[in-house]
Write a protein that binds this ligand. Structure first.
Ligand code: NA7
Length: 575
């Protein structure tokens, strides 16, 4: 075994790269292991046509280095995948990170070595690397679901997965193409594929809400505001629920606003584009009546864009409140259904039976395709972590520890798994936010923990089970206050058969979460045990840093939210 590392980082996406940089700053010995042949994580793998970020690029970019900020100029409000990948490579080259990254290599196992206060990490090459700290920067949406279809092995055409798109691209010109799925990946790629293909058939099981990006060059006024004071711009973004500026109106209630004012506000937000419509009214995420007002506005927008009323009806979501799945941000998605060469097949009324040698057969029809695209989603948040054989202090695996859904302390550590850090893990705001700002917060926090351990000459840190349970209850209860658990979403693990249902991200907001983390640190790492061998250096076993009650919340909303929490407590046998 080679010399022991201080830190082994798994993944060279934005999290892994920034973690590597923080390790270098501290003079630590580190290495990054990356399954892909290049950096970029999400933006390395998801190369499907039309792939682009759903947060504005001025905010979806690193803010830790002002020079980096100033030297990179985004071409569009929502950068396309190729530009995001170029940015990831720019970051890697600028900070000379690539020599520290072992590409095309997977971590298969990590076993805790109590005698050494560290991890023995096995690679797919069979090599074993010892490291004091293990950082899983493995991404929240990096492992495609194992979804398969009867007869798929017999199909003689080409099959493409949006999440594993060929690097050389695909030209569908003149082809008959089928696509399965209508999540964000499909909604971004369908308009582009439709322009190329002779014919495109979309197989939809469940419609999603999508808002127009109104993408284009970044308006000069936005650039000027940004250039004037990037620090203020960043601070404004980070101090929000979602880690991006969204003009949240925390006191205005849709249920108490006259219809014409609601319409004007929603029209303004729709015209602005993207996620802005998510935060027009304080009650839309909690009160079903308020939510219905926004949902019916979006439904009307779908009807406006799609000429055939039957198709518009099929494209309108009915099974989940607006915003309880991550809404999609599109360019021309709905209008694509007005094209003569595009057809929508509703799998609810005409279920997919099997692939055939030449295409797909549903209950009612047969389709011949030259190519089929699978845009069928990810085993989100836990998939990449559980696929590694990670064994902690008692030989228990993380998968076993998470048999009832993920349980973490702050989404950052797992009891019984010392010196193992999750970047944007389940139980942190992660996928409910602008990932880059969540990543920066997490990486800086982990770097702080490592520095403070080294200053104390400590060998390990571990979250206590008590703190983990209290935090996980808090995560569950925070979600329960809202409408979020009501959707069969990948946030809930509902898209993977057999996966435990639990709302995985922390819905309390990035600003609140950051305050909690800072208070945990100020209290001497509350909820953690810090030790060296058999000697305990500091110990604070519980978690008490709950956020203050929501300010200015309307009494009827508070009552609704608290009623749901009381129900959750009853259902889960909590006092
Ligand atoms: P999503 O949002 O999970 O979408 C996957 C889609 O695939 C969704 O429409 C699914 O329908 C559909 N699907 C999955 N399995 C099947 C089967 N067996 N048959 C038919 N249809 C199926 O993944 P995306 O990659 O689009 O987006 C993930 C996130 O990436 C997104 O939220 C953004 O944040 C970025 P279902 O809803 O399960 O009925």
């Amino acid at each position: 075994m080679a010399d022991r590392l201080d830190v082994l980082i798994v993944g060279a996406g934005f999290s892994g790269m920034y973690m590597a940089l923080k390790c270098r700053e501290q003079g630590l010995k580190f290495e990054v292991i990356e399954a892909g042949s290049g950096v970029g994580g999400t933006w390395y793998w998801n190369r499907y046509p039309g792939a682009r970020v759903d947060i504005q690029s001025l905010e979806y970019s690193f803010g830790f280095d002002e020079t980096l900020e100033q030297e990179w100029r985004w071409s569009e409000r929502y950068a396309p995948q190729a530009e995001l990948l170029a940015y990831a490579n720019h970051v890697a080259d600028r900070y000379d990170l690539k020599p520290h990254i072992r590409f095309s290599t997977r971590v298969t196992a990590a076993h805790w070595d109590a005698a050494a206060d560290g991890w023995n990490v096995t690679l797919d090459s069979g090599a074993v690397i010892a490291a004091r700290f293990l950082v899983l920067a493995t991404g929240c949406l990096s492992v495609p679901t194992d979804v398969t279809f009867s007869g798929i092995g017999d199909y003689r055409g080409r099959i493409y997965r949006t999440s594993r798109w060929p690097h050389e691209g695909v030209d569908f010109t003149g082809q008959r193409v089928g696509i399965i799925g209508t999540g964000s990946s499909a909604i971004q790629s369908i308009p582009i594929i439709a322009q190329q293909a002779a014919h495109l058939t979309v197989f939809q099981r469940t419609p999603n809400y999508s808002m127009p990006a109104h993408n284009g060059p970044i308006p000069e006024a936005d650039w000027q505001e940004w250039l004037q004071d990037p620090r203020a711009y960043r601070a404004r973004s980070r101090n929000t629920v979602g880690g991006f500026w969204n003009e949240a109106r925390e006191e205005t209630l849709a249920t108490q606003t006259p219809p014409d004012e609601i319409k004007a506000e929603l029209e303004r937000r729709w015209a602005w584009g993207g996620f802005r419509i998510l935060s027009g009214f304080a009650d839309q995420g909690i009160d079903p009546d308020a939510n219905r007002i926004i949902a019916s506005f979006v439904a009307a927008k779908i009807r406006e864009q799609v000429k055939d009323p039957k198709v518009a009806e099929l494209l309108t979501p009915k099974d989940h409140p607006f915003g309880t799945k991550r809404p999609c941000v599109d360019t021309g998605y709905y209008a694509t259904y007005n094209r003569d060469n595009v057809e929508l097949i509703d799998l609810r009324s005409d279920p997919l039976e099997t692939f055939t040698a030449t295409g797909i057969r549903t209950q009612g029809r047969s389709f011949d395709f030259d190519a089929v695209v699978l845009a069928t989603g990810f085993d989100a948040m836990t998939g990449a972590i559980e696929r590694i054989d990670i064994r902690g202090v008692n030989g228990e695996t993380i998968k076993e520890h998470w048999a009832h859904g993920p349980e973490t302390y702050l989404g950052l550590m797992v009891a019984g798994f010392p010196n193992l850090f999750l970047i944007t893990g389940p139980g942190s705001p992660s996928v409910l936010t602008n990932m880059i700002h969540s990543i920066e917060q997490h990486v800086e926090y982990v770097a702080d923990i490592i520095a403070s351990l080294n200053a104390a000459q400590a060998g390990r840190i571990e979250a206590t089970r008590e703190a983990e349970q209290l935090w996980t209850d808090h995560v569950d209860q925070t979600a329960a206050m809202t409408l979020l658990p009501q959707a069969n979403s990948w946030y809930m693990g509902a898209n993977v058969p057999g996966k435990p249902r639990r709302f995985m991200p922390y819905a309390g907001g990035l600003h609140t979460y950051t305050d909690i983390c800072n208070a945990v640190k100020a209290k001497g790492w509350e909820g953690f045990v810090v030790a060296r061998g058999a000697q305990v250096i500091s110990e604070s076993r519980t978690f008490t840093t709950y956020p203050p009650p929501p300010e200015n919340m309307a009494p009827h909303l508070m009552e609704l939210a608290m009623g749901r929490v009381a129900q959750w407590m009853q259902d889960h046998g909590r006092a």
